[in-house]
Design a protein around this ligand. Sequence first.
Ligand code: WTA
Length: 651
Amino acid sequence: MSNTKEVFKPNKKFAQNARIKNMCEYQALQDFATEDYEGFWGGYAKEKIDWIEPFTNVMDESNFPFVKWFEGGKLNVSAQCIDRHLDKRKNKAAIIFEGDRGDKQVITYLELYYNVNKFANLLKEDFGVKKGDRVVIYMPMIPEAAYAMLACARIGAIHSIVFGGFSAEALKDRIEDADAKIVITADGAFRKEKPYMLKPVVDAAIDEKSPVEKVLVIERNNEDVEWVAGRDYSYNELIKEKSAKCEAEVMDAEDPLFLLYTSGSTGKPKGVQHNQAGYILWAQMTMEWVFDVKENDTYWCTADVGWITGHTYIVYGPLAMGATTVMFEGVITYPDAGRPWKMVEEHRINQFYTAPTAIRVLHKMGEHEPANYDISSLKVLGTVGEPIDPPAWKWYYEEVGASKCAIVDTYWQTETGGHIVSPLPGATPIKPACATLSLPGIMGEILDPQTGERVEVGEKGYMCVTKPWPSMIRGVWGDEERFVKSYFGDVKKDGKAVYFTGDGAVYDEDGYITITGRTDDVINVSGHRMGTAEVEASIKKHPNVAEVAVVAKPHAIKGEGIFAYIVLKSDDGVADEVEEVKAINEVIKKEIGNIAICDDMVFVSGLPKTRSGKIMRRILRAIAKNEEITQDISTLEDPSIVKKIQNMVRK
Ligand code: WTA
């Protein structure tokens, strides 16, 4: 828990010009939302969104958890992000791109408008994409990834981005689940000055049974790739002919905008669905409140568009508010740990948003690097994706922020669409490694899962949101039951189901919220969310694996690492442990991708199971951490297995 004695007040000068200037203003907003929830949201929706037709109803929760926001309203998200800025900002930089090798590109709002329109026309005319069609995007961090997203939004297609680090198998599963006829990819891109490839992964993900009919390839690194005639098309060729004018499709407020697959506690990833108006409203409002980006500011979020942070806080949020957003293709520590600070200096970046893993690596590799650059332009520093530890927070605050920048520890998830708990940089006194308070409009509460009551100070409970909010997940693609069960099955308040995040949290005496991590079988490796069941299912594909259990183990840099306990089929032991580990990791790479490779793998003779066959993961977690086993193990089918496993691990 955070040390409540250490509190840092907002920078006075910054606060004077901030959108929310002090805690009274924060409280007034939160009181307004509490007293008149629909008035609060309806007012902001009217003010912030360029409606084609106004909405007639703010929120309909009569069919909870299937909730509708801003019904009757019609809009287009790409027009919200681009067209409406053209009067005032046509020559303002919308995207500043920096490539891995230092190549730079500035795309103004007017250029963005033309590029997105051309892209949208290409999808419509050459690929026959229509409103409601699913389009899978498997792309590196280049501006065309943003064009592709916005082009889909322009014509009402539903994009589903798959992170470029996922394997062909993982991509195939996601393509099939979404039944996508189109894939947009690139030949590859650059990493550490060397080309790497994506197109061959797409080729491997498409077989005869695949729903994919056409593949659009953006030529980025110009390496040789195979072309399947009649299926694969060059973006660089087709785009030349396209008209730069494409009417924005008129969308209903609750039409789907995108799917994004994320891990849950079962093997199959869930296609989290977000819809138009509620999502874009909260993306824009949180950009304005949490990063407090001003008209001339330059904002940089280091995430990848393959994750929700890249969706909401590289593309949709910044562009919806008319900001300048930086996109970076490369690796943050390449050529050295001064790279991000060099970029801050060169682009005069004002808001910098990254993950605790990156902060820990930059701290470790270049503790004093920030001092080698002029990074005085920085005003707000953000962190997201996993719990941050106080030493990393302190370094970020002191060395990067020169003890004058606010740190916004933003807590949220794929399912929440945007931040839900976070400091406001001009208002909230901050404490190291603490996400602080629910944002105005968000009814976040830490509840006791048994009683549904708010937990006492210092007592661990479940992080919940007790009222639907506009950017809340609208469904799990093709699986209504899973949607209801995954998020609204665990906690009831006053007899009514509430949204449960899957995270544990505690209050301190100021009512501040500290997130303690997942309560389910989800591991967070470097901010990448992975289900233990997903990793286990991939390991089981190795022919010699009989049983496997995967748990998280604390990791100094990555936050959490993956620890696998494996029972092999052949009982003559492991002939060559190193080879076996390599072979199993190869299977993981093929099934999921490099991001799921295990940090530790131990071969054991059995797993601790109850008599009904349930694996006791708590015991395995304790062994991985080298902790004492405090749990009663007499109920295990074979209690002696615990000692045996401990001996194998300590070996
Ligand atoms: C974790 C990423 C602590 C949490 C935006 C959540 C955090 C999961 C924080 C969502 C934070 C995210 N402090 N933990 N500031 N932000 N998390 O869906 O466990 O990739 O449930 O969304 O990351 O991961 P996701």
